[in-house]
Design a protein around this ligand. Structure first.
Ligand code: CP3
Length: 336
């Protein structure tokens, strides 16, 4: 029985499935040991090692899913963009993408040639994964990818991104259109190689107004979900309180909720024909276990045992999270 897949199909499960965003990397001592010898991109380029890092959290934490170890920038690096992943900072571009010329330099993705190591990792992981543990593939959503490309790195204000979106709409549409096609090709190749669910990370989309989301982002995310032709999928964003209905309308069997939205109210807004994933505040996990337990029980109560809930955090794990809290949290979710 694969409980993640059942939850994606909103079928009843004998226990709520659980996994954690950013479970591979950061918190695990066995990941840190690998990381001391290889940087992030070097790990992703070695399928044996990358499969190992993908499997580490399954062994250590007993979660119901493995998430492919890669980065949202992996396919963009694959098509030749000059991007580095800087420790504790994230992706950094040598030259930001801010005009039509730069956008037109972005060629389509040919997954077998541009990211063969990702597809090889997927095959290796699937061979080693027990049948009741799902393999989740992922990609960055067009808006979140565009924000890194246009800003040249992380941003708090998204000033260049919004200036381009409003000031040069034709350049924006071309950029988003290319990113949507690239992402669709990337996710389809992951599915063909053996991932069973895909998560689209629109991590920074919560910075937009609902009108901007609908006009400038939703059509491109929708294009990706349509290309997946019904494959199980999770649509994730942070701080998306006012965008939830529109994100659900773009697609996803399951919609991610962060901790700012009470799970039952968020679920109501998304509609009963979708599942939800979430929504523990990752910082709660830095507190002693009784506080974690109380908060996790509140979330499980709000889910009320309805089919279609995948327990997760509202965003990625903090690097200082005590491992013991994670192990106990998985046990608690499984026994509730
Ligand atoms: O368990 C997993 O989730 C592992 C696979 C994974 C990574 N990045 C590896 C990684 C996934 C799913 C991602 C997604 C990702 N990458 C997102 C979307 C998820 C989110 O958190 O919203 C984003 C926005 C990125 C871009 C990125 N890459 C950032 C912001 C950082 C953080 C920089 C830092 O060190 O805090 C990275 C680097 C990165 N990607 C790490 C890992 C494990 C950091 C650790 C390292 O360098 O080994």
């Amino acid at each position: 029985m694969n409980r993640i897949l059942q939850a994606c199909a909103r079928q009843p499960v004998d226990r709520t499935p659980v996994w954690f965003m950013r479970q591979a990397g950061r918190v695990l001592p066995e990941y840190r040991a690998v990381r001391r010898q290889h940087d992030l991109l070097a790990i992703t380029h070695q399928p044996e090692l990358c499969a190992e890092v993908t499997l580490q959290p399954v062994r250590r934490l007993g979660v119901d899913a493995a998430i492919l170890f890669a980065d949202i920038m992996t396919p963009l690096i694959g098509v030749g963009l000059d991007i580095r992943i800087v420790e504790r900072t994230g992706p950094v571009l040598a030259e930001p993408v801010r005009d039509l010329e730069a956008v037109r330099c972005m060629r389509p993705l040919a997954p077998e040639e541009d990211v063969p190591f990702v597809l090889e990792t997927v095959k290796l992981v699937r061979r080693q994964l027990p049948p009741d543990v799902a393999l989740i593939g992922f990609a960055g959503a067009p808006f979140t990818l565009a924000s890194y490309l246009v800003e040249g790195g992380a941003s708090r204000t998204f000033e260049h991104t919004k200036r381009l979106m409003h000031g040069q709409p034709e350049v924006w549409r071309e950029l988003m259109s290319r990113l949507a096609d690239l992402t669709a090709a990337y996710l389809k190749a992951q599915l063909a190689a053996g991932v069973q669910v895909v998560q689209l990370f629109d991590s920074w989309v919560g910075c937009l107004s609902p009108d901007d989301y609908r006009c400038a982002v939703q059509p491109y995310s929708r294009r990706i979900f349509e290309a997946l032709e019904g494959a199980p999928s999770i649509h994730f964003g942070v701080d998306t309180g006012w965008l939830l209905e529109d994100m659900a309308a773009a697609g996803g069997s399951v919609v991610g909720l962060d901790w700012r939205v009470p799970l039952d109210l968020g679920w109501q807004r998304i509609g009963g024909d979708r599942g939800v994933q979430g929504n523990l505040d990752p910082m709660t996990l830095l507190a002693p276990w009784p506080a974690v337990e109380a908060e996790a029980r509140r979330i499980l109560d709000r889910a009320g045992g309805r089919p279609g809930h995948i327990f997760n955090l509202g965003h990625g794990l903090h690097p200082d999270t005590p491992l013991d809290n994670l192990v106990r949290l998985v046990e608690l979710v499984h026994s509730s």
